[in-house]
Design a protein around this ligand. Structure first.
Ligand code: AHR
Length: 619
């Protein structure tokens, strides 16, 4: 029997509770949500992204119908210093040579749709004053649509045209061919569907964006995660380098081992938030990079550069909220958004260890925000794992600084979530509020989805102190998935929301405003966890030997260990075994194998097994 006390005043639930977390990992941005179809469009790929990558990755020279030529790369006088590399296409024959892009696992196009094709180009010699842009089949045999770009001049200029596509092809290619012999310099070659989400230019893939919009998230956190503070100081995500004309944005390697074109930058993130009615929740680095360690050994931004960094953080608030005639508000207005974006929350730091460097950098940023923008709710950070050492130190620091909200991360087993549904009930109501900024149970199945649902109910019941929450990660592209599990999987033409997605949606779409006391009586005993016999750990000894195995823990490489299994989970395969020690097992007669079922294990993940073993007799 479930009784709800409707006469009780209840607890007000945060109106911002269930939002979404976006980070560019698993190809979530380039090749994912960002609708650009050309890969390595600015020729800025390089070994920093991936050792085998270079400026012409995803490109090839096309010599057809008697055409001959070459495709090389130059950095001499590029369209903008932020984008130093460009392609040099030379055609030595009357029939012009070309260059062709393979897209991100191919270029998906649809019959009846129109595509914006554009390129920065200049003529460097010969009469080759025009380019023909073609969307064509993978083998080049069939043209799906084409347009002419030009006339080209001796100075860099952007040339654009529209291609009407006549064929549906999930695996097309884009080819630009010189119409005549000569040398052409090309940069920022772009092919964009006109049918982006809400029709925004330089916009987002409509089906993926709609799937996120359907969550009706109250806020959207971006750009990470670890991506926000980067691998080393030079890789720190700097918001101000991601706005403005595309060819002026500074591209970067991605901490998740690919490339960030920055085509999806802060303007596009804020625009997306507005389009889906979500509050923007940007996270800036707390002056330290990922795990507080730079490749050069420099943990934080050097003292002499901190003022400039703090000014950049303050500028973000003015860019987002300042009037159109303020210095940074005018930059936003010039980009097409004179009205303020209405920034309320700002995350500072991500999973940072509370070192002296962190304390100093964070405090300086926080002090400046408090002084100049007391209207902004600053969100601090609690280390990589709930209940870990950094989490404890993070809480102490958050209390010391009297932070309004702190960001906690929990990637755990379903069991952990179910065992922790009461933890918020006893939270200090006067201390910092919680943003559960990244959480997810170890797999995409019914058990993990139910565990997350139970945890979300616990958040709602404590919606006075749990202010914000977002499952993570959000997106994962098929064949480029680096982190499991995720909320939404996709490839170039399909989107697969998970069961966990539907749990998120169920809560966010039907979020309550007041939590009333609920009493449950006569509830059935919790059924024992379903067992998945496919995933097991076998241990054993050779004949004639006996041993004890204790302190067993098993967990995914990227996550934490499953709590020690229940003694009863062990099953004898052969020989005679009995429960022993902490989650362990021992042989009571010489024997061979025992088996431990791992109901939470996920196909395709790598696991670490640790076990304490002792031989008790025999050889
Ligand atoms: O969500 C994936 C990663 O998990 C995030 O980048 C990081 O914050 C966390 O460790």
């Amino acid at each position: 029997v479930v009784e709800v006390d409707t006469r009780a005043p209840g607890t007000a639930i945060s109106t911002d509770l269930f939002g979404a977390f976006f980070e560019d990992l698993n190809y979530a941005a380039d090749g994912g949500l960002y609708a650009e179809l050309v890969q390595n469009r600015s020729f800025e790929y390089g070994p920093a992204d991936r050792p085998e990558w270079h400026s012409l990755t995803a490109w090839e020279l096309v010599e057809r119908d008697g055409a001959a030529g070459s495709l090389t790369v130059s950095t001499d006088d590029p369209p903008h210093p932020a984008n130093p590399h460009y392609a040099v296409l030379t055609s030595t024959t009357a029939a012009g040579a070309g260059l062709r892009n393979e897209g991100f696992d191919g270029i998906p196009v649809r019959a009846g749709e129109t595509y914006d094709v554009s390129v920065f180009a200049r003529l460097a010699g010969g009469p080759a004053d025009r380019l023909v842009a073609r969307i064509e089949s993978r083998d080049g045999e069939r043209v799906h649509g084409q347009a002419e770009l030009g006339p080209l001049g001796g100075a860099w200029r952007r040339h654009a045209a529209v291609i009407a596509c006549e064929v549906t092809d999930p695996d097309a290619r884009l080819t630009l061919t010189a119409a005549r012999p000569g040398t052409i310099h090309l940069d920022l070659v772009s092919l964009f569907p006109q049918a982006t989400f809400k029709g925004r230019p330089n916009g987002l893939r409509a089906d993926l964006a709609q799937t996120i919009a359907d969550l009706k998230p109250t806020f959207l956190r971006f750009p990470g995660g670890c991506l926000a503070h980067g691998q080393g100081l030079a890789n720190m995500y700097r918001w101000s380098e991601t706005i403005g004309p595309l060819h002026e944005r500074r591209q970067q390697f991605n901490i998740w081992h690919y490339h960030q074109s920055m085509g999806l930058g802060y303007y596009e993130y804020f625009q997306f938030c507005e389009d889906i009615g979500a509050k923007p929740l940007p996270v800036v680095a707390a002056g330290v990079c990922c795990q507080n360690s730079d490749v050069t050994g420099q943990a934080g931004i050097p003292d002499e550069d901190m003022d400039a960094y703090i000014a950049e953080v303050l500028a973000l608030v003015e860019w987002a909220n300042g009037p159109a005639d303020s210095p940074w508000g005018s930059v936003r207005a010039a980009a097409g958004h004179p009205e303020p974006f209405g920034l309320e929350y700002l995350g500072v730091g991500n999973e940072d260890a509370v070192t002296d460097t962190f304390r100093d950098c964070f405090s300086r940023i926080h002090d400046a925000l408090r002084e100049h923008h007391p209207e902004i709710t600053v969100i601090g950070t609690l280390g990589p794992s709930t209940f870990g050492e950094d989490w404890e130190k993070g809480w102490a620091f958050a209390r010391e600084r009297n932070l309004p909200v702190v960001d906690e991360h929990s990637y755990k087993s379903p069991r952990w979530f179910l065992e922790n549904t009461r933890r918020f009930d006893t939270m200090d109501r006067e201390g910092p509020h919680l943003y559960i900024g990244e959480y997810g149970s170890w797999r995409n199945n019914g058990r993990s989805a139910i565990a997350e649902a139970a945890y979300m109910i616990a958040m709602e019941r404590n919606g006075d102190v749990v202010r914000l929450a977002s499952y993570a990660p959000l997106l994962a592209k098929r064949d480029h998935t680096q982190w499991l599990p995720d909320l939404i999987y996709f490839d170039n033409t399909n989107v697969w929301p998970t069961l966990n997605y539907h749990v998120q949606r169920m809560h966010s779409v039907n979020s309550g405003d007041t939590a009333l006391p609920v009493t449950v009586t006569g509830a059935p005993q919790e059924p024992s966890a379903p067992q998945n016999p496919r995933h097991t750990v076998h241990i054993g000894t050779g004949a004639g030997t006996r041993a004890e195995f204790t302190d067993v823990s098993v967990g995914p490489l990227s996550g934490e260990s499953e709590p020690a299994p229940d003694l009863g989970d062990w099953q004898a395969e052969s020989g005679v075994w009995e429960p022993y020690g902490e989650g362990g097992v021992r042989q009571t007669a010489t024997g061979t194998d025992a088996r431990l079922l791992l109901p939470d294990a996920v196909d395709g993940l790598s696991y670490v097994l640790s076990v304490r073993a002792r031989k008790t007799d025999g050889a």
